[in-house]
Design a binder for this molecule. Structure first.
Ligand SMILES: [Zn+2]
Length: 652
């Protein structure tokens, strides 16, 4: 980070719970308006169509023959030859597709899509068993095996995504059917798992249901769902280890586990003892998200302490500059400290989306730029890079360097990323604010209108801004009657110079800022104006010298955006370009490029091949020529002519 101000530290004292505003209470325009529009007009329908093409409808419809195994099993636990296929997760793909559709319906009515989703929900209603159980895989493809392999088979994970879909669809349409179906299913799950004698002491190998149960508890007001989420979190990693016992019960050797270590699914020790971010990156992010929710809801400082340790570990050793994470394709996750290869970076879209989830939930414990800055970093870079600008194509991996062969997919064998980025973008409004009893925190800036109730008064808050292209933000606050509350405004660490005015009067930022947020407490009246000017600093970023792949290299940033160079602007052989330390960086508004962006340019040099000849090695270095390089925001790459891409430029 290039901040002149010290990085914010974890807040010492617990604060009030700050909860996100529901999606319909925030209308986004500008940068995020364009992204949400692409999802609402294209992505949401594409997701539905691709699920149907993949034969997912046949799996959940009890009125048609089961499609059987469509995607072959690919992981075995050494006993049963057939253990895992991504087809087991199809309920989760439906859950996320329903969620994306639901949030898209806030933006834009779409009766045709709504009808299709209603039909999917009717199928789940018909499929649900008498006792409440609901899994298209275990009911239609592998009957008789339910709850026999929580470690590998994503049974509770699928339930979690269906829960999230149900909550979103209820909020978007007012229709309760899926919510009622999932509540019945969760009641069944609660009768199978829990601390009481006779119940299974298990939890899912792929975390997800924990954070979903928190959402279900919040929307239904049922504390028992929150308690079940807490149980799954508390139980994780306890001895005797559930996954060992479960393997023995199905006649398998626990040691024959494909991934060898329970670090893979973060069950290697109880969560409060964990101090290192390990294993599968998406699983880790979902677990920490659930832990943060429970820490917020139960005021549980023991979880909070563990979360801050894990946060530190990720931020200081394993995070790409783009907010991407999990370098290895082998375990779809973490390897060793400072291992951040660029061209082979796995950096799954879902993992960066998961980091957004985790960071946003840390903000439930109070505004702190330590988390919000990283939420913003992952949002603007490593997550939305996963979706093409028109909303139709997807990245699964998000490398920081490409030799020209990495391009967006129409779909994926394991299609977790497309609906994950779809639902995150469509619900972006809920990441903007945190609302407490007498405080509102503004985490994100951008042209938008929010409506909320505070201290019994309805308040409208309008942000006028062309953020992130420009750092001038005008906020107009319109309470129905004067009302006192604290407004917390994030001052990002990347910003070198900020100015804040309330009704034209300059605020002493240093005195007003705690944990990276300026706090203004006053009786707000209709028409009160807050102006925040954040200098859109351009910056060179350097990696810790222990990151072998980035030594001698520099990344370019402007405000929250990380930049890259592409072949289409700079010609091929991007590795031959170097940027001198003293080269002046310039920013240019380009309204007709990539939907309207700010590009960066500088004079660099390029090692020429023309006069080198046929030698592979020579005692003289190559001749270099001056070249003008042009960088575009990383999220927008691979939306034009296919070619090479590079984030970390050679310095020199
Ligand atoms: Zn994914």
């Amino acid at each position: 980070m290039t901040a002149s101000q010290p990085a914010a530290q974890p807040s010492a004292k617990p604060q009030l719970a700050f909860r996100p505003l529901p999606v319909p209470q925030v209308d986004v325009r500008g940068f995020w308006g364009d992204r949400v529009e692409a999802v609402a007009t294209r992505t949401a329908e594409i997701l539905y169509d691709r699920c149907v093409e993949a034969r997912m409808l046949e799996q959940i419809d009890p009125d048609v023959p089961s499609p059987g195994v469509v995607i072959p099993f690919h992981v075995s636990d050494g006993f049963t030859a057939r253990t895992v296929t991504t087809q087991m997760f199809w309920d989760s793909d439906w859950g996320k597709t329903i969620e994306t559709a639901a949030y898209s319906l806030y933006r834009r009515r779409n009766p045709d899509l709504e009808k299709k989703i209603d039909a999917v929900i009717d199928m789940y209603g018909k499929l649900q068993q008498e006792d409440g159980y609901l899994s298209s895989w275990y009911q239609r493809i592998q009957p008789g095996l339910r709850w026999t392999n929580l470690r590998d088979c994503h049974e509770l994970y699928c339930a979690g995504h269906l829960i999230e879909g149900a909550v979103a669809y209820f909020q978007a349409t007012g229709k309760r059917k899926l919510l009622d179906i999932l509540s019945r299913y969760v009641d069944h799950i609660g009768s199978v798992f829990g601390p009481e004698p006779g119940k299974k002491k298990g939890y899912c190998g792929h975390e997800e249901i924990e954070l979903a149960l928190v959402k279900l508890a919040r929307v239904t007001g049922e504390k028992k769902y929150m308690d079940l989420a807490k149980y799954f979190i508390d139980q994780r990693g306890q001895q005797p280890h559930y996954f060992d016992e479960e393997a023995r019960a199905r006649g398998a050797d626990p040691k024959a586990y494909h991934f060898k270590t329970y670090e893979y699914n973060q069950s290697h020790k109880p969560v409060r003892e964990q101090d290192k971010v390990v294993g599968h990156a998406v699983r880790a992010m979902y677990l920490y998200s659930g832990m943060a929710d429970i820490a917020t809801e139960y005021g549980d400082d023991t979880l909070r302490v563990a979360l801050d340790r894990l946060w530190d570990d990720l931020m200081t050793k394993s995070l790409y500059v783009t907010g991407g994470l999990g370098p290895s394709a082998h375990n779809e996750g973490f390897t060793s400290d400072y291992d951040l290869p660029n061209d082979t970076a796995y950096a799954e879209t879902c993992a960066s989306v998961g980091l957004v989830f985790w960071a946003s939930r840390m903000l439930g414990m109070g505004p702190n730029a330590r988390y919000a800055d990283m939420m913003e970093r992952a949002l603007y870079n490593g997550s939305i890079s996963g979706l093409s600008l028109d909303g139709s194509l997807f990245f699964y991996e998000n490398p920081l360097e490409s030799r020209g062969g990495h391009h967006r997919w129409k779909w994926h064998r394991c299609p977790c990323c497309p609906p994950n980025i779809g639902r995150m973008v469509a619900s972006i409004g809920s990441y903007f604010y945190g609302l407490a009893d007498d405080a509102l925190a503004v985490h994100l800036y951008g042209d938008s209108t929010a409506r909320f109730e505070i201290a019994g008064r309805q308040v409208t808050l309008v942000q006028t801004s062309s953020y992130p292209w420009d750092g001038a933000i005008a906020i107009e606050i319109g309470p129905e009657a004067p009302v006192e509350f604290t407004l917390h405004l994030r001052i990002p660490a990347w910003c070198r110079k900020a100015a804040l005015r309330v009704n034209g009067k300059l605020v002493d930022l240093e005195a007003a800022t705690v944990d990276g947020y300026a706090a203004i407490r006053r009786k707000w009246r209709q028409g009160d104006k807050v102006e925040l000017d954040l200098e859109m600093s351009m910056a060179r970023l350097f990696a810790n010298p222990q990151v072998r792949q980035d030594i001698g290299r520099v990344a370019l940033a402007r405000g929250p955006l990380i930049y890259c160079v592409e072949e289409t602007d700079n010609g091929g052989g991007l590795y031959r370009i170097a940027l001198p330390r003293e080269a002046r960086l310039e920013a240019h508004k380009e309204p007709n490029l990539l939907g309207g962006i700010v590009t960066l340019s500088a004079i660099g040099s390029r090692a020429e091949t023309e006069n080198w000849g046929a030698d592979l090695y020579r005692p003289e270095p190559p001749v270099t020529q001056e070249t003008k390089l042009k960088a575009v925001p990383y999220f927008a790459w691979d939306n034009r002519d296919p070619g090479e891409m590079l984030v970390w430029l050679r310095e020199g």
